[in-house]
Design a protein around this ligand. Sequence first.
Ligand code: FDA
Length: 393
Amino acid sequence: MAQTHDVVIIGAGAAGLMCAATAGYRGRRVLVLDHANKPGKKILMSGGGRCNFTNLNSSPANFLSENPHFCISALKRYTPHDFLELVERHGIEHEEKAAGQLFCRHSAREILDMLLTECDWAGVEIRMKTGVTGVTTTAAGYRLETSAGPVECEALVIATGGLSIPTMGASGFGYELARQFGLPIVPTRAGLVPFTLHAELKAHLAPLAGISCPVEVSCNNERFREPMLVTHRGLSGPAMLQISSFWHPGDSLSINLLPAHDPHGGLRTLRRQQPGQTVERYLSQFLPKRFAQAFALQYGWSRPLQEYRNHELDAIADTLSGWTLTPAGTEGYRTAEVTLGGVDTRQLSSRTMEASDQPGLYLIGEVVDVTGHLGGHNFQWAWASGVAAGNVA
Ligand code: FDA
């Protein structure tokens, strides 16, 4: 005999747990199934272990989707302040790091513990290490074949996340299930992911690994002014992670290494005031010394400034404000924070996350084609879409 529940949620991550507690408080008998050994693994590793759990400035403009208006309704009805109120009710200390980005002061575990406590208070049952092998429809809803026997429910919520970090339990199961029920999938790719470089540039930059500097990077009409980090494999840091979501193979990046300065005027002024100085000296006023050294060396800018004519200084300034490079690729799902694309939202209700042609089937969180910028927006989407479905499922 199959066990029956009102709501079964596949995926004990951010969106699934939020949805479970919300539905549980409505008096629904909720079961959460997850194939991993522990719930909320991505919450634990997020924000460098401190979980950037929301962003006070989150707005639909911070999300990518083929259907950009889809996220508006859920985000409006469950706001960053609603989540913050929950966090404060649980006495979790937090701090604002960059504008609007809220992190736990101590540990991401506090956010996971808060969600598990809410689920407990709401009477939710969570079963880990439970794989789902098949889903079929019944007269009353859905029947799931699981590694712990069959389960039946009225409402089925898919909260299986994206493909990033497979070692944390990520799988394509949510997409397969969506396809089974006739829902199209917007092609997926890794987002918020570091870039890899071609051998020559990689070798040149490798000694600078660990150096971070503020830049403005642009690609495909998007730009971000944030720090860039040189790594042993290529380029990372918030600027590169952000722009990676807009980059496609073969695209070039344009990097302004001095976004807060005017190298055209600055180089001429320095030449006038200290003609014997070098480009490296000019650069090291604004960039880490080792970076300035390596950059000047790479371009052969070694002569005293007085030996450069105006057009030569302008060309140097152009390179500094528009350093152009074509990444070899990205590190892919192995290290990506998110998966772009996913279940096509045009087949879902933006108010409830229910599939239009499949009553009782809901899709929430990262598995759907809504992807946030870096900075707490992805969790805000997980909370908001989880609440939207939890209020009706
Ligand atoms: P999530 O991935 O959290 O959960 C999915 C669950 O489904 C998992 O528990 C998984 O085991 C389970 N599952 C998958 N397939 C299954 C199957 N076949 N059967 C059963 N269960 C299955 N965002 C942010 O806003 N602020 C931040 O600080 C960070 N930091 C960050 C760091 C790193 C390293 C990563 C990888 C990601 C982030 N993110 C982030 C992104 C954020 O973690 C992500 O967007 C949310 O966790 C998505 O929540 P979901 O619940 O949709 O998926």
